[in-house]
Design a binder for this molecule. Sequence first.
Ligand SMILES: Nc1ncnc2c1ncn2[C@@H]1O[C@H](COP(=O)(O)OP(=O)(O)O)[C@@H](O)[C@H]1O
Ligand SMILES: [Mg+2]
Length: 351
Amino acid sequence: MLLNLAAGRRVLLAGGKGGVGKTSVASAVAYAQARAGRRVLLVSTDPAHNLGHLWERTVGDRRTPLAEVGAGRLEGLEIDPVRTTEEHLAAVRATMRRYMPEHLAGEVDRHIELARDAPGTHEAAILDRLAETIESALATDDLVVVDTAPSGHTARLMRLPETMSAWTEGLLRRQHRSGRFGRALRRLAPDDAGVDLVGSGERKVAEEGSRGSRDEELRRLLTRRRDRLAGLRDLLADAGRTAFVIVLVAERVPVLETLELHADLTRSGLAVSALVVNRRSPDAGPFLAARRRGETGQIDHLRRHLPAVPVVELPLLEGDVLGVGGVARLADAMGAAADPGSDRTADRLDP
Ligand SMILES: Nc1ncnc2c1ncn2[C@@H]1O[C@H](COP(=O)(O)OP(=O)(O)O)[C@@H](O)[C@H]1O
Ligand SMILES: [Mg+2]
């Protein structure tokens, strides 16, 4: 089921709270797809990266091969929020300093400092990087698997193009009062990521130049970024190309959080393709059997509230999901869960 979901698509996102097995599940899907011959990029946007821990190798902010997989290819990438933000800010600062009169240099630095701590700066930088990463990966890879942050930023990403339209219009109105900041702004192209940094400084500068053509240029600059995010949103909202799975464990709080996340994603126009109940206890001995019954109750609750969303169960493995061997074991369990006829599935699925 999970592997079929991934097989027909270009993007698969794994969401859910921390510690439930997002990275493990994302890794196993990516590995299984690469093993089946596809070129796969596994991207982590979770600031608490653990692709590297799980694969037992240094991954970091560059495409890194994760495993030998025969015909396919598997590479990993951890988007580093701090570095991404710093790079954005450094580029913006350099560009602005180049085009601003010397006496405004202090002003520029102050804006950059404010932007660094502004709420949402890191997240905006990550979303921008993710949009860019997926866009370019679509040309070179068959599948992008995204291990998302537990913060629910995917739902926000879906709303970002609209937010940006309102924001663009607001900035254009304020821009009527801007002169030199406006000029500097236009020269930031093609790296328009920093335009929001100058929003609060323009009032200091007198208006000059032709308002009409300046507005046109600025509008183009601002809409380019918005269009890229809108393109990504359309891709993510297209259930034919993108699958979103929520990973959880069958306990009371994670189940309640899953219902909330599902509602949030649905409101944002993202269909949830499957609920992946990870670490299902085996029916072995009274202690684990009791745990399993509790889990079954939670899964029933989930099914009652979300009857249309398929539920996939993955077994608790004996050891951690660690290294290629661990990932392969979880991938095999997914294969078994996909095939209701297999013996291994029979003792894992509830009747
Ligand atoms: N099916 C499983 N069986 C056994 N251990 C698992 C399973 N799935 C995940 N784990 C372990 O649970 C821990 C958390 O998993 P991880 O994928 O890092 O979660 P997340 O990315 O959601 O924070 C890790 O130690 C991992 O090895
Ligand atoms: Mg993780």
